[in-house]
Design a protein around this ligand. Structure first.
Ligand SMILES: Cc1ncc(COP(=O)(O)O)c(C=O)c1O
Length: 307
């Protein structure tokens, strides 16, 4: 049997950027009475950078930073840095760490005092980078339908990445692992499919793609990329309510996100999906995605920020 382990991320960062300064990782520390540590009042992004023929480039940085700023606003946080400043810092940081490809983690959090309201807390901002070649160890992964329900869009600002929201993702991930699956698929309050703990989901039936509506999921940058690439390839993509029964009868199912990139799902709750391997549409999109992030598709070079 194939070994299917979640890859443990070893942060190999030497230098991080914290509140405007480049520091050795060991020196970038926070006090224990930090608001976000207690209440989840932090916002974060996950961004990848890749080797291209003309050097390293960050994929869709501007879109990630737009969401970063939106996430901050959602919890009343005024970031003391502009997108342009964060972009410059990210580029310098990647260079300082000598990485050709890897993962960039922008994080903003409330420091300071205790009590639910963060209005008087200082805002701290960090950028860290590390090498993260692959999120899952195997190509096609298994998933199960989680007993935990996805976050209600009425309880959160849905198109943001606020750390506290991710409690559900942690619960679902632990439960999936405990039950012997690689990943969880969460349903909404009405029992429709939403997404994975940190990634969006697509299904393919008779050559047509479908994905849950944006209003019930985090509308991911990768989801958007896949939809655009599918369009270029002449594939139909419908955003709609998807039932578990429909998902299990799909010819192909795949997850997508910055961390997992394009990851095919071989089984859901032990039911084989299609052939149990990456299907033709998934492979086509994965190949195309890979080319785009590596700067091999001229028309999408606008998505790359050179380092
Ligand atoms: C809940 C959730 N869904 C989907 C995604 C994928 O989003 P993106 O493609 O922007 O990385 C993420 C990752 O940020 C996420 O946390």
């Amino acid at each position: 049997m194939q070994k299917k382990l979640h890859r443990t991320v070893v942060a190999k960062a030497k230098t991080v950027w914290m509140d405007g300064r480049y520091l050795p990782l060991k020196k970038a520390q926070v006090p224990v009475l930090t608001h976000s540590l207690h209440y989840g009042s932090a916002v974060y992004e996950g961004v990848r950078f890749y080797k291209t023929k003309s050097g390293t480039a960050i994929f869709r940085l501007d879109d990630h930073l737009t969401r970063f700023l939106r996430s901050a606003r959602a919890i009343g946080m005024h970031l003391p840095y502009s997108k342009a400043e964060l972009t410059r810092a990210a580029i310098t940081l990647i260079k300082k760490n000598g990485l050709r490809d890897g993962y960039l983690r922008p994080l903003a959090f409330y420091g300071g005092q205790m009590g639910m309201s963060p209005v008087d807390c200082p805002v701290r901002v960090v950028l860290a980078v590390w090498s993260w070649p692959q999120h899952f160890e195997t190509k096609a992964i298994t998933a199960h339908v989680s007993p935990f329900r996805w976050r209600d869009p009425k309880s959160i600002v849905f198109d943001t990445k606020v750390a506290g929201y991710y409690a559900t993702s942690i619960l679902a991930t632990l439960e999936a692992k405990k039950s012997g699956f690689d990943e969880a698929i969460l349903l909404d309050g009405n029992g429709y499919v939403t997404e994975g703990p940190v990634e969006n989901l697509f299904m393919v039936k008779n050559g047509r793609l479908a994905t849950p509506r944006a209003a019930g999921v985090l509308p991911g940058v990768t989801r958007d990329t896949i939809m655009r690439l599918a369009k270029v390839k002449g594939l139909t993509v419908t955003e709609k309510n998807i039932t578990v029964a429909e998902l299990k009868k799909a010819d192909e199912v795949f997850f997508c996100g910055t961390a997992v990139e394009v990851t095919p799902v071989s089984h859901i709750d032990k039911k084989k999906i299609g052939s149990g391997q990456a299907g033709a549409v998934t492979m086509l999109l994965e190949d195309n995605y890979r080319k785009v992030v590596h700067g091999e598709e001229q028309r999408f070079k606008k998505w790359l920020t050179d380092v």
